[in-house]
Design a protein around this ligand. Structure first.
Ligand SMILES: *Cc1c(COP(=O)(O)O)cnc(C)c1O
Length: 399
């Protein structure tokens, strides 16, 4: 089948819920992707922040192949070595005490919401059900995670959603206070808003929210599905703020390409919320996916990847800042580490499309006006130079 036939066949059988770009990817090597006729693309999207180690990493592949040959699934009725190891390593990397593995980011959010509700139910009685979420946030597409996602057009067609959710303005502590009632059981936010446009939490804001949660006995849920796993230069972004959540959600790069997420909680939350029978999953944390997590967390240490992210970020930011200086329609840069956004006054969807189709550069958008860059964490200065050349050629089209 040629590309046209493949796309036609795809649209014949797939529920048309995505407007896909007319590109068929076949394989990847390092930070490059190759299409069906072997054309090479530079990937600064990482499959939406998933492929931290890029493509074709042999250490990772070998670990997965070995696990496939041993066992891929057992269910959560039994113990297995990969999950035991992955849980220990994830607790150590996050500073959290107990972890529950899921199949996705949205499911990690679902678990976090249920945990917060159960905690309030146990501690304060069944009336305590409100959750404060943030405007402009993104937490996933399931009914629960959609209920706390602060983008109206994602939510509206699916009302009524989960009740008791109030939206505050991100980085505005006064608006959090204004939404606080004696029924509030949790506050949920991304430490760095991703889909909403690459907005890091202000240190003062997140510190005040943390203190408020402590004073009121309510739980802070930090969604690090996108900004976690080393992307901002620390294993989890909150580690740079000197605070800790009561519940952490993580996914995307956690398995470097196999579908897995997790929510992790403190000892206090674990002791006072979900008990056997309250929650479960058939696949979640299966041997294949947790073997990947275990390998990924080992590779962070073996490759000293956080040091690399911190070193390369300075160079990346410098290159992005030259773009802000060079193009009138690039009005700013936002983000943390290798999670960066360029604010554009030209249509970002068109830039993403032209970059992909004309320059073979894979990039993302966020919100309506931000060009979002989530390169593999293993990028080098040479890759960034290649990016600069391709993005300049793309942006020149709009001059
Ligand atoms: C992607 C994302 C999710 C949802 O993860 P899925 O794996 O797509 O369900 C939740 N929260 C944040 C911050 C995300 O970026």
């Amino acid at each position: 089948m040629n590309k046209k036939q493949m796309i036609e066949k795809a649209e014949e059988n797939l529920f048309h819920v995505y407007n896909r770009f007319p590109v068929v990817f076949d394989y990847g090597k390092g930070v490059h992707l190759y299409d069906e006729v072997d054309e090479k693309y530079l990937d600064f999207a990482s499959g939406i922040g998933v492929m931290a180690f890029g493509y074709g990493n042999e250490d990772y592949e070998n670990a997965l192949i070995a696990q496939v040959k041993r066992i891929t699934h057992t269910s959560n009725l039994y113990y297995h070595q990969p999950m035991i190891e992955a849980a220990e390593k994830l607790c150590k990397a996050s500073g959290m005490d107990k972890v529950f593995f899921t199949n996705s980011g949205a499911e990690a959010i679902e678990g976090a919401l249920k945990t917060a509700k159960k905690y309030a139910y146990n501690k304060k009685g069944s009336d305590e059900y409100e959750i404060i979420a943030m405007e402009n946030s993104f937490h996933g597409r399931t009914v629960g995670s959609l209920s706390v996602t602060g983008t109206d057009h994602y939510r509206e067609p699916f009302y009524p959603l989960m009740s008791g959710v109030k939206f505050a303005t991100f980085n505005d502590f006064g608006s959090v206070l204004a939404n606080l009632t004696d029924k509030t059981c949790a506050i949920i936010m991304e430490t760095v808003q991703g889909e909403g446009g690459l907005y890091p939490a202000d240190k003062e804001f997140i510190t005040k929210v943390r203190n408020l949660c402590d004073e009121e006995g309510i739980l802070l849920i930090l969604d690090e599905v996108q900004c976690g796993m080393g992307r901002t230069g620390s294993m989890y972004a909150y580690q740079q703020y000197g605070i800790k959540p009561d519940i952490l959600t993580t996914a995307k790069a956690l398995g470097n390409g196999v579908p897995i997420g997790a929510f992790a909680v403190t000892e206090d939350v674990a002791d006072n919320s979900l008990v056997p029978g309250d929650h479960g999953t058939t696949y979640g944390g299966n041997p294949l996916c947790t073997a990947a997590v275990s390998q990924v967390l080992d590779m962070f240490e073996d490759y000293k990847l956080l040091d690399h992210v911190n070193e390369i970020t300075a160079y990346f930011e410098q290159v992005l800042d030259t773009l802000v200086a060079k193009y009138d329609f690039v009005t700013g840069r936002r983000g943390m580490g290798l999670m960066q956004g360029l604010v554009l006054t030209i249509p970002v969807k068109e830039v993403v499309t032209r970059a992909l189709l004309d320059e073979h550069l894979v990039v993302l958008s966020a919100g309506s006006d931000v060009l979002r860059l989530l390169p593999p964490l293993v990028i080098t200065e040479q890759d960034i130079d290649e990016f600069k050349e391709k993005i300049e050629k793309t942006l020149d089209i709009f001059l």
